[in-house]
Design a protein around this ligand. Structure first.
Ligand SMILES: Cc1cc2nc3c(=O)[nH]c(=O)nc-3n(C[C@H](O)[C@H](O)[C@H](O)COP(=O)(O)OP(=O)(O)OC[C@H]3O[C@@H](n4cnc5c(N)ncnc54)[C@H](O)[C@@H]3O)c2cc1C
Length: 396
């Protein structure tokens, strides 16, 4: 597969880039790519500045779960907009994306009551115990019921971003890889390879916002959230055709967590399994096209992501997978740590100097909301309204 070039076109250290762009985007995660795409759709001249040789941040380390129907409020608006953009980009860039919906397994009556309460708003189809068992590879007797969230999508995070970047490059977006932004000011990004000039600058560096804009990060209480993940080979009785959520997921996602019915679920889960509550588990699963299963995930928030991963937490993830699927110990293929920005609100957007916009998704929903959020940021930064999306559908 061709990659986006790992070196910028002008690569001698100290060389200045003499072109001026309409928009310079710092960071090539999903938020930066979304900003570049939004600017490109407006006919603007765009450069993406990325410190790494390849895309390797949170955007490739996640479940690839575009969890649209579980969002609420502003996040839901960005997720809905993002849904259309994901479909459009998948068609243009030819990466794996499926309109799978999401399956939720309820293992207790209180989880079922929470699903019933959320389903009132539409877009969620309740399933009885037999239906959820038939739709998933869960072990017999595990579920008391479940649901399917219809709007959701699934992609392969390992390939989607790279394909989007290649598509953007093919449409004229310039990528300057292995190029660190060291400072931003009106009209200019200082980089490790010289300055880049642009009318509008979008800083989309995720959790590393505290390196580039420390005051903003401090003011917004932005921390790092570090997550343990793994990819396993597991002998499931049938394929997992859609991302699978559990009660541990319901108590985190806005649409469910805001409901009164979430409190008893949270209290019971924490009382029954203080060990899993202590690692802040979101017990969920997605299956990649090659059949391997992504398992996760734990959450630790701090200003620094500790590189030391707890083996007990990883064992707990494996034990829970064995139990829910009724399988022998899965073979671990890979383990990794993902990090995303975490702050009290879900989104950070600030014009830090005239024409310089810092944007970050500050909770674990950037794949779901990042494209829609970046689109809104570019609309605001350029004053050019949003062009129509051909595939947008509201399945609420
Ligand atoms: C384990 C895990 C599971 C998740 N699961 C999901 C999920 O299922 N669904 C969902 O919606 N979300 C999920 N998320 C959240 C989602 O992955 C993130 O919110 C999203 O990827 C953030 O995108 P980003 O572009 O802001 O950051 P990143 O992808 O981290 O990209 C930031 C980029 O900026 C670059 N950069 C940083 N500093 C500089 C600099 N000074 N100069 C140049 N470049 C710089 C970095 O190299 C990096 O490439 C998960 C996250 C993790 C970690």
């Amino acid at each position: 597969m061709n990659r986006i070039p790992e070196e910028p076109s002008v690569s001698a250290p100290g060389d200045a880039f003499d072109d001026a762009f309409d928009v310079a985007v710092v960071g090539s995660g999903i938020v930066g790519l979304g900003a570049a795409y939004a600017a490109l759709r407006r006919g603007l001249r765009v450069v993406v500045i990325e410190r790494s040789a390849r895309i390797a941040g949170a955007t490739i380390r996640n479940f690839g779960h575009l969890c649209i129907g579980a969002q609420e409020g502003q996040a839901r608006a960005y997720a809905d907009a993002g849904r259309g953009l994901w479909l459009e980009l998948a068609r243009a860039s030819d990466f794996w994306l499926r309109e799978s919906g999401t399956l939720v397994v309820a293992r207790h009556a209180d989880e079922l009551r929470l699903l019933e309460a959320a389903a009132v708003d539409g877009g969620i189809r309740l399933l009885d115990a037999r239906e959820i068992a038939a739709a998933t590879p869960i072990a017999p007797g595990v579920a008391v019921g479940g649901a399917r969230i219809s709007a959701d999508l699934q992609t392969n995070p390992r390939t989607a971003a790279e394909q989007i970047a290649r598509f953007l490059a093919s449409q004229g977006v310039e990528f300057r890889m292995r190029t660190s932004a060291t400072a931003v000011s009106s009209g200019r990004v200082e980089t490790s390879r010289g300055p880049v000039d642009a009318a509008a600058i979008i800083v989309a560096v995720g959790h590393d916002i505290d390196h580039l804009l420390p005051e903003l990060a401090q003011e917004g209480s932005v921390e790092r959230c570090a997550l343990d993940m793994m990819r396993v080979q597991a002998a499931l009785v049938r394929p997992l055709d859609a991302p699978l959520l559990t009660g541990w997921s319901l108590v985190r996602y806005g649409r469910f967590a805001r409901l009164a019915e979430a409190a008893p679920v949270r209290e019971r889960l924490h009382a029954e399994r203080p060990d899993l509550a202590a690692i802040d588990l979101n017990q969920m699963y997605t299956q990649l096209p090659d059949g391997s299963l992504l398992l996760g995930d734990t959450h630790v928030r701090d200003s620094v992501a500790s590189p030391f991963q707890s083996e007990d937490a990883q064992q707990a993830i494996l034990d829970e997978a064995r139990e829910i699927f009724g399988i022998a110990a899965p073979r671990v293929i890979e383990r990794w740590q993902g990090v995303y920005a975490s702050a009290p609100g879900e989104f950070l957007r600030r014009e830090v100097a005239s024409g310089v916009h810092a944007i970050a998704v500050t909770t674990g929903i950037g794949m779901t909301c990042g494209l829609g959020f970046a689109e809104a940021a570019i609309a605001a930064a350029t004053g050019i309204p949003r062009p129509a999306i051909t595939h947008e559908q509201d399945l609420r």
